[in-house]
Ligand binder design. Structure first.
Ligand code: ACK
Length: 729
């Protein structure tokens, strides 16, 4: 510290930078002077004065980290946006540096987390406007590699940051780039020329951005200037163009194709065919040349033949075309000719390719989010509007993927869209598209005004006619028939996964593979490890994971029960273990209150232990159609007043209860070993039941005389009921 030699010295906490009679100044913020006569004030700990800062200026410190970093990925470029640091450090000269790192390992997307090994990005990565000394809070980074993890560290700096390297702070964001078309082919070589052919080879594009499916080779006579051209495709990096004119200049362009589409064309490559004279032959040597040509032709023909054969073999063994990657799920149903088959997105080498194969990429600017309507495992479910250019605005539901997700979570989230995008049916929720190139990642579907079927029914307890309920059930069955025809097994069919629109149309939703079950709060872990929604699942699927359309039919029976009981919980508060045991022992849910006997019969058929005896969805649709056409068949209810509604029925019992009422008769039917004999007829024609004789009953094993009589007279009463309305029985 310097001291003034005269009496007018400044006291501690004050300073005077020049000698003279001027007044002492108070030390500016974050500075101090402990001694009298200070010429300037020193900075407090962790505060600094940059070169050129006047003594009157407060001491400052480096800024805090930038905040709220948002990344918007567009194929292989990303726009990074962030907010100013909360603490500027007391200065106004903040700038930002962006450091790019290419990372391998499992990324925790959107954050700096995850288990990543990173290295500095290649010098080819471009920053716009630049990587360092940014005055604004945004930068565009281009020419990244496709499908690659990057971490960007955004550092805030100011005039004193260089004085305190340890205090420098940055925010980090990790992203994964999307798929992108391949970069252009740049190197083309002429291998061989003749008067009417040329052989060429080229180098794979520098950035293939995926697996190159093939190359498109376009060529034309230079003079014709592209008015007519020829296009060839090649799988490898070479081609021979035949049928060319001698002594002619040609221009050629090559472009590579991946699942993301075609890349840009190569610059035009010029070549010329040999003149006619090159192959003109003297009369003396004509015979020799003729022999040589014939041999060459024979060799070429042989080569072509071999090439075709090998090509075919290769195509069969390793084609990557999606049509050839169809998975036939464990479905006992025959594939119908002309009906497309579901493609499992996980058969794609990169499942995120599948999403672009089956789902339309939407521009986030076309979507307006209105409000949050629910929560999914991956993020919020919102309602909103979608306005596509030159299309009418429509209401949509938007499922979002919340930040901080891992690559796997992103893949699983988008797998649902890859699956949904393959379906097109009025009873399957329609996918409008996905947003994957900006954040948040979204799945956009049609909007279903009445939400999930289970809560909708609970809200409207006993408010619908049976025909309305059957109409809803018919829709669900029709959607399920479509799925089973496609070879898709839902595995989580339940009223909570059915959505209802304003016209009471029900649509099957919630698609995915293992994810569906991970996502479902009803799903519980089984002893074999998987997670299964026990109450909705067929015994063979619980016991040994035999999920088929027949196990979906079991679940459909449970949905039928849920619908007819207005959203009651199947098996009430019984534990999952008790449910498994009871079902295994042959017990089944009883008919819901006021449930038409025919519908209860359908439930019981869906719950056949032997899965091949369960009705196919096609049959269920046809049964429900018949019921809708013959509503009289819905008038007989399966209720018993004497038995509590929350007791399971023992289907295996051979004991036939006293059959005093029509309702009791229906109950009796359910407990008979002969029930199967009646299945089918009961749905289609109530008359048929009435024609059943004691002989018929004997044939199906009802040999006890009392019950026989009761059943036959009950059948007659049933016939009369459907024709004439209620009669005393
Ligand atoms: O019963 P909800 O209102 O209907 O609550 C759930 C919530 O999001 C979580 O799944 C609602 N939801 C899901 N998809 C849609 C859709 N497409 N239209 C309307 N609501 C939906 C669902």
């Amino acid at each position: 510290m310097d001291f003034l030699p005269i009496a007018w010295v400044c006291r501690a906490g004050f300073y005077k930078s020049t000698v003279g009679n001027m007044e002492c100044s108070k030390c500016p913020p974050h500075s101090f002077s402990h001694h009298e006569g200070s010429l300037h004030c020193g900075c407090e700990r962790n505060y600094f004065r940059a070169e050129g800062d006047p003594a009157s200026m407060a001491c400052t410190r480096p800024p805090s980290a930038p905040r709220n970093v948002i990344s918007s990925i567009n194929e292989t470029s990303v726009i990074l946006d962030w907010s100013w640091p909360e603490d500027s450090g007391g200065r106004r000269d903040a700038t930002f540096n962006v450091l790019c790192k290419r990372c391998r390992g499992e990324a925790a997307n959107g954050t700096s987390g995850g288990n990543l090994r990173c290295e500095p990005c290649r010098s080819k990565v471009h920053f716009l406007p630049r990587a360092t000394g940014l005055h604004n809070t945004t930068v565009t980074v281009g020419d990244l590699l496709a499908h690659t993890n990057y971490t960007f560290e955004i550092e805030a700096l100011n005039g004193v940051s260089s004085l305190a390297p340890k205090m420098r702070q940055y925010a980090a964001v990790t992203i994964t780039t999307n798929q992108a078309a391949p970069s252009p082919v740049t190197v083309i070589r002429k291998e061989k020329t003749s008067r009417n052919s040329v052989s060429l080879s080229w180098q794979q594009p520098e950035r293939p951005n995926g697996i190159i499916l093939d190359y498109e080779i376009k060529y034309y006579e230079k003079e014709e200037q592209e008015t007519s051209y020829t296009i060839l495709r090649a799988r490898g990096c070479n081609v021979t163009l035949n049928g060319l004119k001698p002594s002619t200049a040609y221009l050629l362009q090559i472009r590579a194709r991946t699942a993301a589409g075609y890349g840009a064309s190569s610059p035009s490559f010029q070549f010329e065919t040999s003149p006619d004279s090159a192959f003109s032959i003297s009369s003396e040597s004509s015979q020799v040349v003729l022999i040589a040509i014939s041999s060459a032709v024979a060799i070429i023909l042989l080569t072509v033949l071999l090439y075709v054969l090998i090509g075919r073999f290769c195509c069969h063994s390793k084609s990557k075309h999606p049509d050839e990657k169809r998975l036939h799920f464990g479905n006992s149903h025959m594939r119908l000719p002309g009906i497309r088959t579901y493609v499992d997105p996980h058969t794609y080498e990169d499942p995120s390719q599948a999403v672009h194969e089956f789902a339309k990429e939407l521009d986030a600017s076309c979507i307006a989010i209105d409000k949050v309507v629910g929560a999914g495992e991956f993020g919020e479910v919102c309602s909103g509007r979608l306005k596509m250019p030159s299309k009418k605005e429509i209401c949509v539901a938007i499922k979002t993927l919340k930040g901080g997700y891992t690559d796997k979570q992103r893949r699983d989230f988008l797998a649902e869209a890859s699956i949904m995008g393959q379906f097109d049916h009025p009873n399957i929720i329609r996918l409008e598209g996905v947003v994957t190139r900006s954040k948040p990642v979204m799945i956009v579907t049609e909007y279903m005004e009445n939400g999930s079927l289970d809560s909708f029914l609970r809200k409207h307890d006993a408010q619908f006619t049976v025909i309305q309920l059957v109409g809803m059930l018919r829709g669900i069955a029709s959607g399920m028939k479509y799925l089973s025809d496609m070879g898709y097994v839902h595995r989580d069919l339940a009223a909570r996964n059915i959505l209802v629109n304003s016209n009471l149309v029900c649509k099957v939703s919630d698609f995915g593979l293992s994810r569906v079950l991970e996502d479902d709060p009803e799903a519980a872990y089984t002893t074999r490890g998987g997670k299964i929604p026990i109450r909705w699942t067929a015994p063979e699927a619980i016991a040994y994971r035999k999920f088929t359309s027949a196990s979906d039919a079991w679940s459909y029976g449970i949905v039928l029960w849920e619908v007819m009981s207005y959203g009651e919980r199947p098996y009430w508060e019984m534990s999952n273990q008790d449910v498994i045991k009871a079902v295994e022992e042959g017990y089944r849910l009883p008919p819901p209150m006021d449930c038409p006997a025919t519908l209860y019969q359908l439930m019981l058929d869906c719950w056949q232990k032997e899965r091949n005896n369960r009705p196919k969805f096609e049959e269920i649709v046809s049964i429900l159609d018949k019921l809708i056409r013959n509503p009289g068949c819905l008038k007989i209810t399966a209720n018993t007043t004497s038995r509590p509604a929350n007791l399971l029925l023992d289907r295996s019992s051979s004991e036939i209860p006293a059959l005093d009422t029509l309702g009791d008769w229906m109950d009796g039917m359910r407990t008979l070993p002969c029930k199967e004999a009646f299945s089918g007829v009961s749905y289609s024609s109530c008359d048929t039941l009435a024609k059943t004789s004691t002989e018929d009953l004997k044939k199906v094993g009802v040999t006890i005389v009392g019950p026989q009589k009761n059943i036959v007279s009950s059948l007659k009463a049933l016939d009369s009921y459907t024709k004439n309305g209620p009669v005393p029985v």
